[in-house]
Write a protein that binds this ligand. Structure first.
Ligand code: PRP
Ligand code: URA
Length: 208
C-alpha cells in the first residue's frame, strides 16, 4: 500500500525543492516542511487513549497519543534531513540509524553502519525515513534489517519515489505502507529519479 500526498501546499513545496537553483538552506527548510505533512498523513492511525480533562469551563474527555515506543530510523545520510521534523512532531521517539550507500554503477545498496536497538516485543512503531525511493534497494534492505531485529509495525516515509522502487518495495514488503510526497515518472540509466531532484544528500548537505 502506498499513499501519495495530494495537496497544493505539498505540491508547491515539492516544486520548489526540485528546482536546481534552490540553495541548501531553503532545500533543508522545504524537506522539513514536507516531512511534517508526511508525518501528519502517516501517523493518522497511531494508537490513542481516551483521558479525562478539565477545561476552565467543564470536564470532558480527550485523546492522547498512546505509542510509548516509537523509533525513527533515518537512512544515512540523506534521511538525516528528515529527522528534525519527525522529532518535532514525535519528541519522545527514539532514533536508530542505518548507514547505506548505493553502488554508483549497479545501484545495489551497500550497508555500512547499523545502530538500532532490537525490538522488545514487536509492538514498537518503526518509521523509516529517506527522501528518495529510487530502485527501492536501500528501502528494502533497511526494512529487512528492522524485521530481523524483531520490528513488526513499520512504515516508510519518502519525499520522492519512482514507480520502479514502489513496485519492488510492495513486492518485498507488502505489509509496510509507504507515504510519499511525489510519485515521479521513472528512473534514468543511472538509476536517478526523473524528474526527481538530483542527489538528495548532496542537496541537503551542500556537497554538490
Ligand atoms: C540515496 C537516497 C537513498 C537511496 C535511494 O542515498 O538517500 O538512500 O539513494 O536509492 P535506491 O532506492 O536506488 O536504493 P545514497 O546512496 O546516494 O547515499 P547518501 O544519502 O549518503 O547521499
Ligand atoms: N538517490 C538520490 O539522491 N536521488 C535519486 O534520484 C536516486 C537516488
Amino acid at each position: 500500500m502506498h499513499t501519495v500526498l495530494n495537496h497544493p501546499l505539498v505540491s508547491h513545496r515539492v516544486t520548489l525543492m526540485r528546482d536546481h537553483e534552490t540553495p541548501p538552506k531553503l532545500f533543508r527548510e522545504l524537506v522539513n516542511e514536507i516531512t511534517t505533512f508526511l508525518a501528519y498523513e502517516a501517523l493518522k492511525d497511531i494508537r490513542v487513549k481516551q483521558i479525562d480533562v478539565e477545561t476552565p469551563v467543564a470536564k470532558t474527555k480527550g485523546l492522547k497519543v498512546d505509542e510509548p515506543r516509537i523509533i525513527l530510523v533515518p537512512i544515512l545520510r540523506a534521511g538525516m534531513g528528515m529527522l528534525d521534523a519527525m522529532l518535532h512532531v514525535l519528541p519522545y521517539a527514539k532514533v536508530g540509524v542505518l548507514g547505506m550507500q548505493r553502488n554508483e554503477e549497479t545501484a545495489e545498496p551497500v550497508p555500512y553502519y547499523a545502530k538500532v536497538p532490537p525490538a522488545k516485543d514487536g509492538e514498537e512503531l518503526a518509521l523509516v525515513i529517506d527522501p528518495m525511493l529510487a530502485t527501492g534497494g536501500s528501502a528494502c534492505d533497511a526494512v529487512m534489517q528492522l524485521k530481523k531485529l524483531g520490528y513488526k509495525r513499520i512504515k516508510f516515509l519518502s519525499l520522492i519515489s519512482a514507480p520502479e522502487g514502489i513496485a519492488k518495495f510492495e513486492r518485498e514488503h507488502p505489509d509496510v505502507p509507504v507515504y510519499t510526497s511525489a510519485r515521479d515518472e521513472r528512473l534514468n540509466s543511472h538509476f536517478y529519479i526523473v524528474p526527481g531532484l538530483g542527489d538528495a544528500g548532496d542537496r541537503i548537505f551542500g556537497t554538490l
